[in-house]
Structure formats: structure tokens, C-alpha cells
Design a protein around this ligand. Structure first.
Ligand code: 6PG
Length: 242
């Protein structure tokens, strides 16, 4: 069962999560030389990224030992308004001294999304040096109202990908062509952490946390040898009337 933490409001959630991420990084770097963090797209994590980009949090993170990855990306140019990378660049990258080569963005400036997926997977395999699957230290994920996560949407072929680390996917709303980490890549993480805030996520959250298993893509993120957590605010997870 995932560990679920409910916070009074979004600001309290992101403040505690920023603290948690800093201490997770510091503790991991006492055992290893680098920290592989996968960032979620969408709007939910924006406040978190903005917090991590400012003191006191930014000055507690040894950015030269951090490697950032995207959990998914829209097949649009990196400066496009719909690009997840563009959002991360504006809210975080432009404010912290992360070495440019440590931002592993999905290469979307190819003429074919399959080429982008292959190139991103090649970069990940190079980073993880021949491992069977990527062992990310922390993966941040969002959830859509249809139960998708990353760009793993209900009813799409990407859900069935069990070998590749990156797949091309189709979204029901534009931009339709997406690149996404697959379940094998997600489920080999040390820690997968979902972020959900706001009343519009309460219905899907109730289904995911208390409904039948494996009905939604987000429910199929279950690290084989890692932690699974949901960090939510009280609007997304209202107290259950007993
Ligand atoms: C994306 C995200 C996607 C997102 C959810 C929630 O590319 O849009 O990766 O999975 O996390 O759709 O989006 P919001 O945070 O905007 O509600």
C-alpha cells in the first residue's frame, strides 16, 4: 500500500516536500556520488520547483551532484509554452547552478517522436551504465483526472511497453504526441512520489487510493524495490465521512 500524507494546504505540502527532498538528497549523497531526480510535468509541481530554486532550499542542494530528468514530455520545441522542460527551465533551472549537462531533457527537436524516444533512452542508458533498468533516486509524478500519470494515458499502447524505458504516447488533449518513461523505468525507482492538490483531483484520488486496483495507469506505478508515496492536500483528499 502506498504511504499517503495529507496536508492542510498546498503551501504547507510543498514546503514540507522541499525540506524532505533536501534531506533525502543530503542523506543519499552521504552514500553515493550523485542523485538522479525525475521531474514531473504539469502545473502541480510549479510551486515546489519555485521553492527549491530559492534559499534556504537552493543553497542546501549541491547542484553539481544532481542530475535532473523529465518523466515525460510533449513533442514540442523546448521553448514551446506546452513544453514541460520550458516550465522547469523558467521555475528552476534559470535560478540554480545546475551544470547544463546535468539537465537530461527529452530531445524533442527531431523530425520523429520515435527518434526522440530512442535518443532519450540512449541518454538514460548511458547515464545508468548498462543497467537493465534505470534506478532513479526519486521520481516526482502528477496524476490527471483520468488517472494518467507522466504521459501514460488510459487505453494507450505505451501502457503495455515492458522493455523500453521510453515510449511514444498519445494524449487525449493537445499536444497529443508525447514521450514518456514506461512502467519498467518508473517501477525500478528507489522512490516514486505522487503530488496531487486541489478539489478537481479528489474524485480520481478516491478511486485510485480506495477503489479497485490496476484500474488506472497511476495505480500501476509500484516500485519493485522502492517506496511509493502520495503527497496530497486536504482539497484533493477530503476527510472521509465515517
Ligand atoms: C504532463 C504531466 C502529466 C501531469 C498530470 C497532472 O505532461 O502533463 O506529466 O502527467 O502530471 O496531467 O497535471 P497538473 O499538475 O497540471 O494537474
Amino acid at each position: 500500500m502506498p504511504e499517503t500524507r495529507v496536508f492542510q494546504d498546498e503551501n504547507e505540502l510543498v514546503r514540507q516536500l522541499a525540506e524532505n527532498i533536501v534531506s533525502e538528497i543530503q542523506s543519499a549523497l552521504s552514500r553515493q556520488s550523485r542523485f538522479a531526480l525525475v521531474l514531473s510535468g504539469g502545473k502541480t509541481p510549479n510551486k515546489l520547483y519555485a521553492l527549491l530554486a530559492e534559499p534556504p532550499f537552493s543553497s542546501q542542494i549541491p547542484w553539481n551532484k544532481i542530475h535532473l530528468f523529465m518523466g515525460d514530455e510533449r513533442f514540442v520545441p523546448p521553448d514551446h509554452a506546452d513544453s514541460n522542460y520550458c516550465l522547469v527551465r523558467r521555475t528552476l533551472l534559470e535560478k540554480v547552478p545546475l551544470p547544463p549537462s546535468h539537465m537530461h531533457a527529452v530531445p524533442t527537436q527531431t523530425d520523429n517522436p520515435r527518434v526522440s524516444a530512442m535518443e532519450y533512452e540512449r541518454e538514460l542508458r548511458f547515464f545508468f551504465g548498462g543497467m537493465d533498468y534505470p534506478r532513479f533516486d526519486l521520481i516526482l509524478l502528477g496524476v490527471g483526472e483520468d488517472g494518467h500519470t507522466a504521459s501514460l494515458f488510459p487505453g494507450t499502447r505505451a501502457l503495455e511497453e515492458n522493455k523500453s524505458w521510453v515510449a511514444v504516447s498519445e494524449a487525449p488533449q493537445p499536444p497529443r504526441v508525447r514521450l514518456t518513461l514506461t512502467f519498467p523505468a518508473l517501477n525500478n525507482a528507489r522512490r516514486a512520489l505522487f503530488l496531487a492538490t486541489g478539489a478537481r483531483k479528489s474524485a480520481i484520488l478516491k478511486e485510485i487510493l480506495h477503489g479497485p486496483l490496476n484500474k488506472y495507469p497511476a495505480q500501476r506505478v509500484r516500485p519493485i524495490d522502492g517506496k511509493l508515496e502520495w503527497w496530497v492536500d486536504s482539497l484533493a483528499h477530503p476527510p472521509r465521512i465515517s
